[in-house]
Design a binder for this molecule. Structure first.
Ligand SMILES: C[S@@+](CC[C@H](N)C(=O)[O-])C[C@H]1O[C@@H](n2cnc3c(N)ncnc32)[C@H](O)[C@@H]1O
Length: 220
């Protein structure tokens, strides 16, 4: 490994630890689980849009055998995913989030997206919602996509932040440092393809104005 590669890998590990620590903190975990999605009108609308969009995409997929929801957080999607899958496995890196999981009857595992604690090709759909934009280096997103492609027999449903959106341009013009990472559709499609996945559907919260993109991918 070259000096710059080992430097960037050390930075990536530090960032992963930092992110895990954020969600292990009782205050952050508690806020995410009980207030994040209900405290403002905008949050409620976003949550409703995400639920509708996931429901719609999963209806297109048809009944799913085994579905892996990782990171599940406090289980925001438990009820919805349960409706579409015969078997739901949920997981997260942070124990504080898992402890707050709703619908605790289902299976839960603690583990990282960078090394999913699941054998290859054992799930029918891997669901990875609202986390890729937290990883600052592009190669981390690519690594996670590779892991999702490894464990899934057929489908992956994921989200990313769109670099061609107003909030990203606004911050660039203002010279504001962004803590969340975005990428273009082309970059995401290339990383997905390297992971053996092709994009079959893409949904924008509000094209050009909102960063959030939900994508359904299928094994090539
Ligand atoms: C914004 S929350 C999203 C949770 C859920 N998918 C949702 O949409 O409500 C991000 C989650 O990612 C988890 N997380 C962060 N880094 C992770 C990693 N490397 N592996 C697995 N989970 C991770 C955090 O603990 C947190 O629960």
């Amino acid at each position: 490994m070259s000096d710059s590669e080992s430097y960037s890998s050390a930075r990536a590990s530090a960032r992963q630890r930092q992110l895990r620590d954020q969600y292990e903190a009782e205050e952050r975990a508690g806020h995410y689980a009980s207030r994040r999605w209900i405290e403002t009108e905008h949050a409620r609308k976003t949550n409703a849009w995400e639920m509708r969009t996931v429901d719609d995409l999963l209806k297109g997929v048809g009944p799913v055998g085994t579905l892996l929801d990782l990171p599940c957080g406090h289980g925001r999607f438990t009820e919805l995913l349960d409706k579409h899958a015969n078997r739901l496995i949920q997981g997260d890196l942070a124990a504080a989030m898992l402890q707050r999981r709703v619908g605790v009857a289902g299976e839960a595992i603690q583990g990282s997206l960078f090394e999913l604690p699941v054998q290859s090709h054992v799930v029918d759909l891997a669901f990875c919602f609202r986390v890729l934009h937290h990883f600052p280096e592009d190669n981390l997103r690519a690594r996670v996509l590779a892991e999702l492609g490894r464990v899934s027999r057929r489908w992956v449903l994921a989200t990313y932040y769109d670099a061609r959106s107003f909030p990203v341009w606004r911050d660039r013009i203002r010279g504001r440092l962004r803590t969340l990472t975005s990428c273009t559709h082309g970059t995401f499609a290339k990383e997905a393809s390297a992971a053996g996945l092709r994009i079959v559907a893409r949904r924008y919260r509000l094209r050009w104005f909102s960063q959030q993109v939900v994508v359904l991918l299928e094994k090539e």
